[in-house]
Design a protein around this ligand. Structure first.
Ligand code: MG
Length: 407
């Protein structure tokens, strides 16, 4: 019997995401679910043990293990404070009849069934080996340097390999090495180092270079793209455009709020909310690009809870909806059409307020203003008009987006 331990006990602090990096969705599934599926599809693997954060066994079981649809998962067990403690928890759950044990990082979702099977086959083909480590020769030059970055030497690149996972071991050798390390209070940074420390013989096998580990947020787009390419999906960005237009009439006795900024004026705009015509046009543009109707549908003015509400607050809700449904704002530009007051002194504050509500860099939000040369209702100073255009990008495929909308 051949059993794989998938270690997913980390908290993913470096990724800065609640739920840990294992549950971040890429290409439609949590990272950990992709990883589990690779082992499910590896012909040489009979069973899988998943080690997760001790306080999140239920959550991971549901969100990643069940979502993977894998039938080989025997158990989901709580991990420990360190990686080696988590591997020990996994080892305790590996069936005694297992003769070969694989250990793999849950945060390496790009592992393939082919490389998993190749590593097992290599171990089984050489009776003198205790373990096989997937990795690749170092293509970069490695430097020795102190904490201040002062270089003290250069490693001989020909002798350096980058060690990844999976790492495959004879069950006896791995169990003995972990027991031995516990007795001597020794700890290692990967599983092979335990077996090496116990005197075992390990060989490297070259795996695909893209077997990367999710560590920082910047890793996610590359992983998403690779997973989709492997599935033969179209990976060109799915970009949508939206347009919004709004008009509000001037009225006495109300503050003038434009682009989330209160502008000194003896008149304000009439409306159910704070009548921020610019933010309304922007929200309509976003909802239009998402094919989600308009703000009238989302925030009906028959609903008393929206009376006098800050439109910037509504924009925040639109941004949240965009995120939940799986869109990212790429760019937005807006135009205010009015005779007075002058907008230029407030333009940067408007850009900042709207960018902040949308959770994007201020460079992605434009604000301009124009007059209509005294023509029309804006020219006569009866009201203010605003236009907005946005470009958004879909982060999830059509089907999942549909499900998110239905939820
Ligand atoms: Mg409006």
């Amino acid at each position: 019997m051949i059993t794989a331990i998938i270690v997913a006990g980390g908290t993913g602090e470096r990724l800065g995401r609640e739920g840990g990096k294992q549950l971040v969705r890429v290409a439609g599934l949590p990272v950990l679910a992709h990883t589990i599926r690779a082992f499910e599809d590896a012909a040489r693997v009979d069973a899988i043990v998943v080690v997760v954060h001790p306080e999140r066994v239920e959550e991971y079981s549901r969100a990643a293990v069940a979502a993977s649809g894998a039938g080989k998962v025997l158990s989901v067990v709580p991990g420990g404070a360190s990686r080696s403690e988590s591997v020990r928890s996994g080892l305790a759950a590996v069936p005694g009849e297992s003769t070969v044990i694989l250990v793999h990082d849950g945060a390496r979702p790009l592992v393939t069934p082919e490389v998993i099977d190749a590593a097992v086959t290599m171990l089984e083909g050489d009776g003198s080996l205790d373990g096989v480590v997937v990795g690749h020769p170092s293509y970069d030059t490695l430097k020795f340097a102190d904490a201040d970055g002062n270089v003290s030497g250069t490693a001989d690149r020909a002798a350096i390999w980058i060690a990844q996972t999976p790492q495959v071991f004879r069950a006896q050798a791995l169990r003995a090495a972990y027991r031995d390390a516990a007795v001597h209070g020794w700890d290692g940074t990967d599983d092979a180092s335990f077996v090496e420390h116990a005197g075992g013989r390990i060989a490297m096998i070259t795996g695909p270079r893209d077997n990367m580990k999710v560590t920082v947020p910047e890793d996610l787009p590359a992983i998403e793209r690779l997973l989709r390419m492997r599935r033969g999906e179209r990976v060109v960005d799915d970009v949508r455009i939206g347009i919004g237009h709004d008009v509000h009439a001037f009225t006495e006795g109300r503050p003038l709020v434009l682009g989330g900024v209160r502008i000194p004026s003896d008149r304000g705009l009439a409306g159910h909310s704070d009548a921020d015509v610019l933010v309304h046009a922007l929200m309509d543009a976003i909802l239009g690009a998402m094919r989600e109707g308009d703000i009238g549908k989302l925030f009906p003015d028959t609903d008393p809870s929206y009376a006098g509400i800050s439109s910037i607050e509504l924009l925040r809700r639109v941004a949240l909806l965009m995120e939940n449904v799986g869109y990212e704002l790429l760019d937005a530009d807006t135009v205010l059409v009015l005779e007075e007051p002058k907008i230029a002194p407030h333009r940067e504050a408007m850009r900042l307020a709207m960018a902040e509500a949308l959770g994007v860099d201020v460079r992605r939000v434009g604000v301009k203003a124009t007059t209509t040369e005294k023509l029309g209702f804006t020219g006569r100073g009866e009201g203010v008009a605003a236009d907005a255009v946005v470009l958004i990008r879909c982060l999830t495929p059509e089907r999942e987006r549909q499900e998110a909308v239905e939820r």
